[in-house]
Design a protein around this ligand. Structure first.
Ligand SMILES: *Cc1c(COP(=O)(O)O)cnc(C)c1O
Length: 399
């Protein structure tokens, strides 16, 4: 979005932790041996190279399971949350449609603010003949539980509602959604890419049947994720990838041992440090918010002020173009919202779902704080934003 060449020499302050996170150095260290000396195929059962790899993959599975209250046998490694979401949604719908003892249920319920990979998976199922309901959210970004109760019937195969939104940081009422699904016999999938290691999650308490996890959102490597698939009662899925039958036949292909180890370690660190990090990021976010409010008029913060993860601020700067604002501050790495759609200039569909108009949505930026954000960086960012907004607002219009 910015002039890439001109700015290459400067290292901007990173404020885009919802797009991706750097791999924690401790995680990199844990992964390194499995690229070189310990290179075995975890599926080789005939020698020590294979056994060693299998052992560390099992450990990683356990580490991930522990974070969400699951059994390690319920963790399927994938290439990331995109694949996990596709496997959960299409895999469940297709299994039930194609299995002779499957279900006549044909309805899928989701929301208008899901990540593109959920929306597009559901769109595909709709083209195939499934009946899709996309629930709106209120002005705070929350799904109305009464509307959900009404929509979920004996016709419903699957409810897919994200745990935490990637643009506005809002946390949905997962336990309540789980209850509603359970009562109607519908399966509950949640995209927890932005939630794992940030808020407590328990697949049993929350009655979640399928949960998507991404490595690179939790200071693990890119290219790995996981799908939690409930065993009791057993959730059956049609695989997306056929082959040697790895991952209980749900995801064939040789596992990437170093990446599995990285995801396991990242999940464990995030979980161990969750509460301390929650407090630290809450105070940094508050500092950021108060700093902007003190220095500027016409700023508002999108998404529920309470039901949110602390490392996310989504800010509307009235009468300022978000794109122009980002361009004018090359020292800050910010984004308009989703990294997937930041190439186009369409206003965010998530912000529009909250009721913002086009111009408000285009005046909004996402600020993502994380594990390596320092207080001085927050102060510098506040200062840079206040100056830049002031300058853009005082510039003659239409130039
Ligand atoms: C990043 C993200 C994804 C996609 O995850 P990948 O691991 O990059 O495929 C899906 N959903 C949400 C909410 C995300 O933030």
């Amino acid at each position: 979005m910015q002039n890439k060449k001109a700015n290459r020499s400067i290292k901007p302050i990173y404020l885009d932790y919802q797009a991706t996170t750097p791999t924690d150095p401790r995680v990199v260290k844990a992964m390194l041996p499995f690229f070189s000396e310990s290179f075995g195929n975890p599926h080789s059962v005939d020698h020590a190279y294979g056994w060693e790899a299998e052992e560390v993959v099992d450990k990683a599975r356990q580490q991930i399971a522990d974070v969400i209250g699951a059994d390690p046998r319920e963790i399927i490694f994938t290439s990331g949350a995109t694949e996990s979401n596709n496997l959960a949604i299409k895999g469940l719908a297709h299994f039930l449609r194609d299995n002779p003892r499957g279900s006549p249920r044909n309805r899928i319920i989701t929301t208008t603010i899901e990540h593109k990979c959920v929306l597009e998976s559901v769109n595909r199922l709709e083209r195939e003949g499934f009946d899709v309901i996309r629930l709106p959210v209120d002005a705070m970004g929350l799904v109305d539980m009464e509307a959900l109760s009404k929509a979920v019937t004996e016709e419903t195969v699957l409810v897919s509602i994200m745990a935490v939104n990637n643009e506005i940081g809002v946390i949905q009422h997962l336990s309540r959604i789980g209850e509603i699904c359970k009562a109607a016999g519908a399966k509950f999938h949640t995209d927890a890419a932005q939630a794992v290691g940030k808020i407590p999650l328990d697949v049993n308490k929350m009655q979640i049947d399928l949960m998507s996890i991404s490595g690179h959102k939790i200071y693990g490597p890119k290219g790995i994720g996981a799908l939690y698939v409930r065993r009791r009662p057993r959730i059956r899925l049609e695989p997306l990838i056929d082959g040697g039958g790895q991952e209980r036949g749900l995801r064939s292909g040789t596992l990437a041992t170093p990446l599995c180890v990285g995801l396991g370690a990242a999940a464990q660190y995030a979980n161990e440090e969750m509460f301390g990090e929650y407090d630290r990021l809450s105070s940094l976010s508050r500092r950021f918010q108060e700093g902007l409010k003190a220095g500027l008029v016409g700023v508002s913060f999108n998404g529920d002020p309470e039901q949110r993860i602390p490392g996310n601020l989504n800010v509307t700067f009235e009468d300022v173009s978000g794109v122009e604002l980002m361009k004018s501050i090359p020292g800050l790495a910010l984004s308009m919202g989703s990294a997937c759609t930041s190439a186009d200039l369409d206003p965010s569909y998530v912000l529009k779902a909250l009721g913002l108009n086009e111009s408000q949505a285009l005046s909004s930026l996402r600020i993502g704080l994380g594990r390596f954000t320092k207080e001085e960086e927050v102060d510098q960012a506040i200062d840079l934003l206040i100056k830049a907004v002031g300058k853009l607002r005082s510039a003659p219009r239409g130039s």
